[in-house]
Design a protein around this ligand. Structure first.
Ligand code: PDD
Length: 287
């Protein structure tokens, strides 16, 4: 089924939606994005995604072209137009089309940003079979730039990481810098060790996951102990459990790292419980 997508105020069949070859998103990866999940036709963690969008743009000297309520209305409309019950809304904002290639940023008064939204239908998102078996990851060096807290569309290395994982017969890659795990290619990384949930503290080394914030809040409310600090690959391999979080996977158990089983090699109780709580609570709070 052809989707209806949003491009700069217009609603178009996907085949008719066009962005200029001079768009800075295309030429320079000069843009940011957000992925917001939809369950039961409603948006999960919308306000967190909106706040991070505004922050990402600000860090790149761009103003957010749409207010919280206007962008929410567009999200709701795209969900309705495409009949999405379970799936995702992808949003991208770039520095627009200055009409030529130039490293210098264009004057925003003369070059409006490009705003694109599309949907991805994922029936069964909440009941993902992978959550029952867990996923297997490999480790790769983290050679990304130093501002990973900005959700830019520079996704070549994460994409290469996924391909390396696929070639190794695995599902994803955890990235390692100075001997410590930073994050997954498109998710935040956690272990459970010594009765505590351990995940890297927030800095420009990792993306500040919206799912991470919600999951840590729910974990603390459920009296689970949380420690925000970096951990090594060896500590992860020796941990009782490991898992990832993201808007598209929620909480997903990791059962193997570089060929070594984590804990019993099956999804652990902490990850399983957190997944249930996250889906239940976020579904209830979805708008
Ligand atoms: N990825 N770290 C990285 C590098 C990411 O790309 C993502 C999200 C996350 C998790 O953030 P959140 O919980 O806000 O989704 C962490 C999205 C889902 C993607 O690229 O599809």
């Amino acid at each position: 089924m052809s989707r209806i997508v949003y491009v700069n105020g217009d609603w178009l069949p996907e085949a008719e939606a066009k962005v200029s070859v001079f768009d800075r998103g295309f030429l320079m990866a000069d843009g940011v994005y957000e992925v917001t999940s939809v369950l039961g036709g409603r948006l999960m963690d919308y306000d967190g995604h909106y706040a991070r969008l505004v922050r990402s743009l600000k860090e790149l000297d761009m103003d957010c072209p749409l207010g919280r309520d206007d962008l929410l209305a567009i999200h709701r409309e795209i969900v309705a137009k495409n009949g999405i019950d379970e799936g995702m809304v992808y949003l991208q904002v770039t520095r627009g089309n200055p009409g030529d290639r130039d490293f210098v940023f264009p004057d925003p008064a003369a070059t409006p940003p490009t705003v694109v939204l599309f949907t991805q239908s994922k029936p069964g998102l909440a009941e993902s079979p992978a959550a029952k078996t867990g996923i297997r990851v490999i480790s790769i060096p983290d050679i990304r730039w130093g501002r990973r807290d900005i959700k830019t569309v520079q996704l070549l290395y994460p994409s290469m990481g996924k391909m390396l994982a696929k070639k190794a017969g695995c599902d994803d890659a955890w990235m390692i810098e100075d001997g410590l795990v930073t994050e997954g290619t498109s998710n935040n990384a956690y272990i459970v060790t010594g009765g505590r949930i351990v995940t890297r503290d927030l800095s420009s080394d990792i993306l500040h996951g919206i799912t991470r914030a919600a999951v840590l809040r729910f974990a603390r409310e459920a009296q689970m102990e949380v420690e925000e600090r970096p951990f090594t690959l060896a500590e992860a391999q020796a941990a009782d459990e490991a898992f990832i979080t993201s808007a598209s996977t929620f909480v997903m158990p990791v059962v193997e790292i570089d060929g070594q089983a984590v804990g019993a090699g099956t999804p652990g109780p902490v990850a399983t419980r957190l997944r249930e709580i996250y889906i239940e609570e976020s579904r209830r709070a979805a708008i």
